[in-house]
Design a protein. Sequence first.
Length: 222
Amino acid sequence: MRPLIVLHGSWHQPAHFDDVVERLRREGADVTVPDLGGRPIAETTRTVQELVDRAAESPVVLAHSFGGLTASGLHGVAHLIFLAAIVSEPGETAQYWIERLREETGREPDQVPSTFDDAGLTHLDLAAVREAMYADCTDAVAERATGLLRPEPVTIFDESPEGAAWKDTPTTYVTCTEDRALAPELVAHCAARCETTVTWRASHSPYLSRPVELATLVRERL
């Protein structure tokens, strides 16, 4: 099996993926989950690119949500799996997508409510998180996941990837039909950029609600 690098989304951390990672490691997979929290996309891309370059062979990258921005800037990857992720190219920031979808649909796109503090950090509205991201998780799983969330710099909305690896790398996009964190129109745009699309009836976080299915999908690409 090829090595696997897992990229978590903003506000999240490696521990959110413990269940899936442990399942894959028990099956012999070499899995690395770098901590991308609180850092600019350029920096996280350098960090992950170093992992890619040091790997014994070209790895597979699994990117969730905002992790797709880091994944898009990588090179030398064997396969990109975008899990309810943003698939962008240079210049396409989160704010770009918000404005584009507003123009296309005439309404505000779906996103998790958040607040900003005086330190320049954005905090997710924890009262809205359960329905937006963990709706199909058990109460215990959702409670743990919510407790692991942390603030992110507001600058994440103005950052874009340093490349568009999805243009010349094999790709799989996992669309989650019950996702309330990403607007369905955004998901459609992102999925259209990938070679293969898998559709699940799941929330924004199938690594929590469907760990067996996700581990199987990843293993098939290692």
